[in-house]
Design a protein around this ligand. Structure first.
Ligand SMILES: [Zn+2]
Length: 338
């Protein structure tokens, strides 16, 4: 099961594998183990969500002008009680004050409109511009449907500009005004799969828990997320003849032409610019790719269900001149336009 737009699959310990992506399945990379208590799992997932949300927001904000689709966003990551499975739901309700399908603030990145409005993790949004959101009835199994509907209502309000929210925090109800800003449209979501994988479908960016945990700092996490944002900016998912990610004959033909490799190299190159524009250090990509190669195996281009990918060392060779270009531009004050 996959979380829909704007939501994060924080509570879903599922094993869904994407049809396309950048990376490949790997041995356990941070997935919950049987020894974990529910509280530890919730804590770990929450910390990962906050890390990813912070980096993703910086990338979306700094590159709004390059994204073919942007919109007014608050920068928050939402969750609901209904998205949690039975094992974690009571804990999540107790810890975050969640109720049914009502959107709770899971992350409000520093400097985001959500944070500027005073929203913080643990806040529950009850209404927007006087329109009550639907609490619904928590289903026995995890479901994002109710939260997705409420998130769409919030997005609709934000699209018109500043919005007044009625929020419950620790039992007290207050009103806050959130003033959304233009950012790249695509939300970033964690997929709890225990694999090393990231991908985009052209509307969302997905990163697995394993891949996010492999990144040891914000710069490395930005490298992974910026690569996917670059695919979205380059609209690769709407050009199957370029990427060959759609499967079938087209995919096989593209592989033979090496176009998939070209698309991946393009995403790597543009990704470095996107992350540098957001204030992250592109040079940290070297350490990340070296580590990625250590866990994924060296060798030639890697082929999996999603397409064909250059080896990590090959990607490093591609990126060296780009790193030099960005460093030169930064030193001389030239614009970071790829
Ligand atoms: Zn890619």
């Amino acid at each position: 099961m996959r979380a829909p737009a704007g939501l994060i699959a924080v509570g879903s310990l599922t094993l869904a594998l994407a049809a396309s992506g950048c990376g490949h399945p790997a041995p356990d990379a941070g997935a919950a183990t049987l020894q974990d208590t529910a509280a530890v799992r919730l804590e770990r997932l929450t910390n990962l969500d906050v890390r990813v949300a912070d980096v993703a927001w910086k990338l979306a904000l700094a590159n709004a002008d390059l994204c073919p689709v942007n919109r007014l966003r608050a920068g928050w990551t939402l969750q609901s009680a209904g998205q949690y499975g039975a094992a974690l739901r009571p804990l999540a309700e107790a810890r975050y004050g969640l109720a049914g399908d009502l959107p709770g603030i899971l992350a409000a990145p520093p400097g985001s409109p959500a944070a500027e409005a005073g929203l913080a993790p643990g806040d529950l949004i009850l209404s927007v511009n006087g329109q009550a959101l639907a609490e619904g009835q928590a289903a026995a199994v995890e479901s994002y449907d109710g939260l997705q509907a409420n998130a769409a209502t919030l997005d609709g309000a934000l699209a018109r500009g500043p919005a007044t929210l009625t929020v419950r925090r620790a039992g007290a109800v207050r009103e806050l005004t959130v003033r959304p800003v233009l950012a790249c449209a695509w939300p970033t979501q964690i997929e709890v799969t225990g694999t090393f994988r990231s991908r985009t479908d052209g509307r969302h960016i997905f990163i697995s828990d394993g891949m996010a945990n492999l990144a040891q700092n914000e710069d490395e996490l930005a490298f992974v997320l910026a690569h996917e944002l670059a695919h979205a900016v380059l609209e690769h998912r709407t050009q199957p003849d370029v990427t060959g990610v759609r499967g079938g004959l087209n995919w096989a033909l593209s592989m033979r032409r090496g176009l998939s490799l070209g698309a991946e190299a393009d995403a790597d190159r543009l990704g470095l610019f996107l992350l540098a524009r957001a204030g992250f250090d592109p040079a940290r990509s070297v350490e990340f790719l070296t580590r990625y190669e250590a866990v994924s195996g060296a060798g030639g281009p890697q082929i999996n269900a999603g397409g064909v990918y250059e080896s990590a060392s090959g990607r490093l060779r591609t990126l060296q001149p780009v790193l030099a270009d960005i460093a030169e531009r930064t030193a001389s004050g030239r614009a970071l336009i790829p």
